[in-house]
Design a protein around this ligand. Structure first.
Ligand code: AMP
Length: 217
């Protein structure tokens, strides 16, 4: 089963994937996480990706699509994945359909996470993440602070602000890209009859239960 998490920055795609992983045996494939891991390891891909991400731009399609295609060949993706941050435009969505079709699969669900605009901005500015790429626990200074300031509750590593969340200009550019290039994909997937929209202004466990019940049905 292949699930796409769709929603603006800060709507909790990563958090929902984490909750659903407790209920479904599917790995999360987050393109943002893969890029961040490569950036911290200073790989060739990381250096290239950073030159786009730090300015709030999308990484070029051919780079991102190849990376996802390779990731979907890994053994843990054999029964499907939860995609977080991909696809982000029509070219990526069409290519994803092709990649999945080659495996005899398709997009089964698109979970569309909705939240009022003023809430989106506050969530992005308050977002903090565990710097340990094996952990990546997500916090929020207002709604989900760490027990000890700046220290991950789960693994004890430093909790930091994402570099691209700290630059207001880059945040505005990313949101603009989301609403002009990514949000229109909802129409693309509506035509496939796979969209399920959820209001995310409530507890992540409650959202995960609702999405899980929808999938089970
Ligand atoms: P995210 O963690 O999903 O917000 O992604 C962080 C950044 O990585 C984005 O702002 C983009 O610059 C880049 N990125 C992530 N996914 C994609 C994608 N599917 N296509 C292009 N760039 C991406």
């Amino acid at each position: 089963m292949n699930i796409i998490m769709m929603g603006a920055q800060g709507t909790g795609k990563g958090t929902l994937c984490g909750e659903l992983m407790k209920r479904l045996d599917l790995p999360q494939v987050s393109t943002g996480d893969i890029f961040r891991k490569n950036i911290s390891e200073k790989t060739e891909l990381g250096i290239l990706a950073d030159s786009y991400i730090s300015k709030g731009n999308l990484v070029p399609d051919e780079v991102t699509i190849n990376m996802v295609e390779e990731r979907l060949k890994e053994p843990d993706a054999a029964n499907g994945v939860m995609l977080d941050g991909f696809p982000r435009n029509l070219a990526q969505a069409e290519k994803l359909d092709e990649i999945l079709a080659k495996k005899g699969e398709k997009v089964d669900y698109v979970i569309n996470l909705t939240l009022p605009m003023e809430e989106i901005m506050s969530r992005i500015l308050n977002r903090r993440i565990c710097s340990n790429s094996e952990c990546k626990e997500i916090y929020n200074l207002a709604s989900k602070p760490t027990k000890v300031p700046g220290v991950c509750d789960k693994c004890g590593s430093p909790v930091v602000q994402r570099q691209d969340d700290s630059d207001k200009e880059a945040v505005e550019k990313r949101l603009n890209t989301y609403f002009t290039q990514t949000a229109p994909l909802i129409d693309y997937y509506e035509k496939q009859g796979v969209v399920y929209s959820v209001d995310v202004n409530r507890a992540p466990t409650e959202i995960a239960d609702e999405v899980y019940n929808h999938i089970k049905e």
